[in-house]
Design a binder for this molecule. Structure first.
Ligand SMILES: NC(=O)c1ccc[n+]([C@@H]2O[C@H](COP(=O)([O-])OP(=O)(O)OC[C@H]3O[C@@H](n4cnc5c(N)ncnc54)[C@H](OP(=O)(O)O)[C@@H]3O)[C@@H](O)[C@H]2O)c1
Length: 209
């Protein structure tokens, strides 16, 4: 799969490194494609490339949004027309003081992203797992659970496979409005990781019978 990753931080870097290692064509879209951060990331992601946000997004069938919430709209604007593409939204709409979410329950970042990228097949995914788990999903016999949601079945299948490629167990949570619940669920994770000091090396697991 040709994957553009917009944002070269913890999430973008972890996803890009792992997918490149799995044989996907990874292109990072960065505000500063020639900067030292991008050069370092490339060295850690054999086979991947880095370019502008627009060039990366226009050249790929799957576009991953991995920027902070306040930068999401501008990044999508810079990406250009994403009609028909799978747009994977990893963003949690964390507020400026990092104490809670900017929106929720009757709105979500997932739905805002869909409004900002008309015609894109938006799948909310990877927002409830830590970058550390994306980078290394090995918890022994247990697979970390990852929920996703969206309105396009084929796009969701693509994302489910990409999650599997990372070693995650992916669960379809329903349509894109389910982002309203996946984002607060991510906030639970963030509170456990930071306030309760669990750190990034933990993940949720689903039991069913
Ligand atoms: N960290 C986690 O464990 C985790 C887990 C799940 C979801 N998330 C969500 O995923 C998103 C990315 O998180 P992250 O931890 O990877 O963040 P991060 O390390 O801060 O990286 C974000 C990247 O976005 C790009 N960017 C574009 N516009 C920006 C701006 N105005 N200010 C800052 N960066 C900008 C930057 O790449 P360039 O400089 O190359 O453009 C930057 O490296 C967030 O929405 C977060 O809520 C995070």
């Amino acid at each position: 799969v040709d994957i553009a990753i917009l944002g070269t931080g913890f999430v973008g870097g972890a996803l890009g490194r792992r997918w490149a290692a799995e044989g996907h064509n990874v292109v990072y879209g960065s505000r500063d494609p020639e900067g030292s951060k991008a050069v370092e990331l490339l060295a850690a992601s054999p086979g991947a490339k880095v370019t502008s946000i627009a060039d990366a997004a226009q050249g790929a069938g799957v576009v991953v949004l991995a920027t902070p919430w306040p930068a999401a709209e501008a990044t999508l604007k810079a990406a250009g027309d994403l009609q028909g593409k799978v747009l994977v939204d990893c963003v949690n709409p964390i507020n400026a003081t990092f104490t809670g979410l900017d929106l929720g329950f009757d709105a979500s970042a997932g739905e805002a992203v869909a409004d900002w990228a008309p015609g894109a097949k938006v799948v909310k995914a990877f927002n409830t797992v830590s970058a550390a788990t994306m980078d290394n999903a090995d918890f022994g016999e247990h697979l970390p659970a990852m929920f996703f949601c969206g309105d396009d079945e084929e796009a969701k299948q693509t994302v489910a496979q990409l999650a599997k490629d990372l070693g995650l167990e992916a669960f379809d949570a329903g349509d894109l409005t389910m982002s309203r619940y996946l984002e607060p669920f991510a906030m639970l994770y963030i509170k456990l990781a930071i306030k309760q000091k669990w750190g990034g090396d933990c993940a949720f697991k689903v039991l069913r019978r």
